[in-house]
Design a protein around this ligand. Structure first.
Ligand SMILES: Cc1cc2nc3c(=O)[nH]c(=O)nc-3n(C[C@H](O)[C@H](O)[C@H](O)COP(=O)(O)OP(=O)(O)OC[C@H]3O[C@@H](n4cnc5c(N)ncnc54)[C@H](O)[C@@H]3O)c2cc1C
Length: 165
């Protein structure tokens, strides 16, 4: 697994076996009119100027990938929620704390939620108590993930986007 960060970009590369590599290239862009809230940008090609911020080897992997094998999507973060449950309805994973990918905590945070929830449920016979103690444990943690992920995004992307390498 290899991670690369630059001004306004973030990339990761995974050896997924059988000679295949999975990569992600994250780019901070301002959304155009008609794109806001949408799934996919109007222009899906990766700008050469942004690709040029990568070292030669990871860049050549992306450049060698056939266009039809590339999926391009917007990724949204959400503001920290004041609570994670209401009655017996609980949010975990991205529904509770979707965040910018720059700290690569999204999947991890979902697994942590599931593990913590199973422990809190096992420790009491009252679901309300389990949800309250789950929230007390997890809310500060996921808020920190959301805040720091957004901070990193702002630093490497939104605030410093104009700088070129
Ligand atoms: C390109 C990319 C790269 C990422 N890289 C990393 C990484 O390196 N490390 C990391 O930790 N995280 C990473 N993440 C984040 C990670 O993928 C997510 O945080 C994680 O998948 C969230 O899991 P989830 O189960 O909460 O939500 P999701 O994976 O979004 O699952 C929600 C599911 O609910 C389904 N659904 C939605 N609405 C309905 C409905 N009305 N009825 C029925 N089903 C519905 C959806 O189809 C989906 O299958 C990355 C995300 C992206 C997009």
């Amino acid at each position: 697994m290899v991670y690369v960060r630059g001004r306004g970009i973030y990339a990761n590369f995974f050896d997924i076996g059988d000679g295949y590599t999975h990569w992600g290239f994250f780019l901070e862009i301002a959304q155009q009119i008609g794109e806001i809230g949408g799934l996919q940008p109007h222009k899906t090609a990766i700008p050469r100027k942004e690709l040029a911020k990568l070292p030669d080897k990871p860049r050549s992997i992306i450049e060698a990938t056939p266009e039809e094998q590339i999926i391009s999507r917007f990724s949204y973060d959400i503001d920290p929620l004041p609570r994670l449950y209401s009655g017996q309805i609980l949010l975990i994973g991205d529904a509770a704390h979707a965040k910018s990918p720059t700290r690569a905590r999204g999947m991890t945070a979902g697994f942590e939620d599931a593990f913590a929830l199973s422990q809190h449920l096992a420790s009491t016979t009252r679901v309300e108590n389990a949800l309250a103690s789950f929230q007390a444990e997890r809310l500060p943690i996921v808020h920190e993930y959301q805040r720091t992920s957004r901070d990193v995004s702002m630093k490497i992307g939104r605030l410093r986007k104009k700088a070129s390498v």
